[in-house]
Design a protein around this ligand. Structure first.
Ligand SMILES: [Ca+2]
Ligand SMILES: [Ca+2]
Ligand SMILES: [Ca+2]
Length: 177
């Protein structure tokens, strides 16, 4: 896995999350990202699932701000973001990664989980990836890759592993939009 690819993926993530395009990440960017995801899935902004997603993004921002040492009302430069997320993904270990990203992935599952069984089946997954611009054929392929135990459902653990593998360059499925 090349450091260049990892950096490239994290830089894209930064650009995408910098919703107001001012070159730094602040809490407002994360709230906007949560609102955008909710809108993409046609969820009412005041629904329980959307509130959970906003809380999760708030928690993620708290973590990044704390690690970068900028304080809860601060902002992260691109360099700070690359440093903190690079540490999280490549140095911090899987348990820490899951603790930090778990709430966000869980909240997105909550929004996509139409039949409310806590897992994502293939049609729920197609709608998820469709919402971030991935076509059906690609979504089908991605589903097989993410469903590592082959039971036809994607669990929180499988989805978290997929997000991590994406940043390691071992998987080409981008789940977070
Ligand atoms: Ca910004
Ligand atoms: Ca489901
Ligand atoms: Ca599975």
């Amino acid at each position: 896995m090349s450091t260049a690819l990892a950096n490239d993926r994290l830089q894209k993530r930064f650009d995408k999350w910098d919703a107001d395009g001012n070159g730094v990440l602040e809490r407002g960017d994360f709230q906007e990202e949560a609102a955008k995801i909710a809108h993409g899935f046609g969820k009412a902004p005041d629904s329980r699932e959307v509130q959970a997603l906003k809380d999760a993004f708030n928690g993620l921002f708290d973590y990044l701000a704390r690690e970068a040492g900028v304080g809860p009302d601060g902002s992260l430069s691109k360099d700070q973001f690359l440093q903190v997320t690079g540490n999280l993904i490549f140095e911090g270990g899987e348990a820490n990664f899951n603790r930090v990203l778990g709430p966000v992935v869980k909240a997105i599952i909550g929004i996509c989980d139409k039949n409310d069984d806590g897992k994502i089946n293939s049609s729920e997954f197609e709608a998820w990836l469709g919402g971030i611009g991935v076509n059906r054929t690609e979504a089908k392929e991605a589903f097989q890759q993410v469903d590592t135990n082959g039971d036809g459902e994607l669990s929180l653990d499988e989805l978290l592993a997929a997000v991590r593998e994406f940043h390691f360059g071992r998987l080409d499925v981008e789940l977070l939009g």
